[in-house]
Design a protein around this ligand. Structure first.
Ligand code: NDP
Length: 312
């Protein structure tokens, strides 16, 4: 079986940065791109807070740039998705969705996080037919239509603002009586005449014969003035946070109660020798491209040290 010195799972800012450092250190890294090549930034619009891009940069472009930089130093990029991991003894064995298996001396887990859904049966029913967790991917289909975005964080506000540029009207469905987003984002949605914020509101279901035509919502559920009503929408966008893609590694590494991989102190070490975690899969707090990139860098430096300490 092929043995890779430094195997990186995931191709977001953490994975690519790890690859750039590992390749430059001569570790011949191999990246497996995973479920979403380029990671979550490929589903965003402009990135304005990554240093080095004074005019901002489109998310896809930034990931293309990172990929090119990783390849420039000899990173090999493979398209498969890991489906099984055996971290019981080094070298570790990974199995992929194309049936292939490889071993690795060091592993950098940079598998990121995936959008959460509310858990309504109707979300499944209308997935791809009006239900989406990515406004920038699917917003185009809702030009001059009515849509709803669920959530009150920065993502929800960002998505609502983006959709307001395309759609006729955007409902922002927020379960609390306030937004959790940063002040700047709050200001943006509150001053946009196309966005109507439905505070203290939850979604109970969706309806429509040929795709989504509306949502059943409830205002102040469980309280004396509880009120059930419907809103007419063609698109229903989830922006209620993410869950870490750590399931494969659960038997071997420690995680917190939400599944985020726990690392040792400020290092990316997982506790399994030679296995490191970087980016959103291990970060419930910051979840920024720049923090993911930084942890990818640390993971590659750790991998290099581990290999040299073990004479590998
Ligand atoms: P957050 O966890 O910050 O917010 C999630 C939102 O969804 C909250 O309003 C939460 O409500 C709501 N929610 C969660 N579960 C449900 C549910 N079952 N039903 C209804 N509503 C629900 O996630 P984000 O994705 O918005 O942001 C993640 C991180 O990324 C944050 O740190 C954020 O600051 C950052 N970010 C930064 C950006 C930027 O700097 N430009 C852009 C986007 C994200 P409640 O408040 O009631 O818990």
């Amino acid at each position: 079986m092929e043995t890779i010195r430094c195997l990186i799972l995931g191709s977001g800012p953490a994975g690519y940065t790890a690859a750039i450092y590992a390749a430059r250190a001569g570790l011949a890294p191999v990246i497996y791109e995973g479920l979403q090549p380029g990671g979550q930034l490929t589903t965003t619009t402009d990135v304005d807070n990554f240093p080095g891009y004074p005019q901002g940069v489109e998310g896809n472009q930034m990931m293309e740039d990172m990929r090119e930089q990783a390849e420039r130093f000899g990173t090999e990029i493979r398209p498969a998705i890991a489906v099984k991991a055996d971290l019981s003894a080094a070298p570790y064995t990974l199995t992929f969705d194309d049936g292939s298996q490889v071993q690795c001396q060091t592993l950098i887990i940079a598998t990121g996080a995936t959008a959460k859904y509310l858990g309504l049966a109707d979300e499944e029913k209308y997935k791809g037919q009006g239900v989406s967790a990515c406004a920038t991917c699917d917003g185009f289909f809702y030009r001059k239509k009515n849509v709803a975005v669920v959530g009150g964080g920065d993502t929800a506000c960002e998505e609502a603002s983006y959709l307001a540029g395309l759609a006729a009207k955007v409902y922002l469905i927020v379960r609390k009586p306030f937004l959790r987003a940063s002040k700047a984002m709050q200001e943006k949605v509150m001053t946009n005449p196309k966005i109507e914020i439905l505070f203290e509101t939850n979604t109970e279901g969706l309806f429509g014969t040929d795709g989504v035509e509306g949502a059943h919502v409830v205002y102040r559920r469980g309280l004396p003035d509880e009120r059930h009503y419907d809103i007419a929408i063609d698109g229903f966008f989830l922006a209620i946070g993410h869950h870490p893609n750590s399931e494969l590694f659960m038997p071997w590494v420690k995680t917190d109660e939400s599944g985020y991989i726990l690392t040792e102190g400020a290092t990316p070490r997982t506790g399994v020798p030679g296995v490191f975690a970087a980016g959103d899969v291990a970060d419930p707090h910051y979840r920024q491209a720049i923090t993911a990139a930084a942890s990818g860098c640390k993971a590659a430096i750790e991998a290099e040290r581990y290999l040299s300490e073990h004479g590998l």
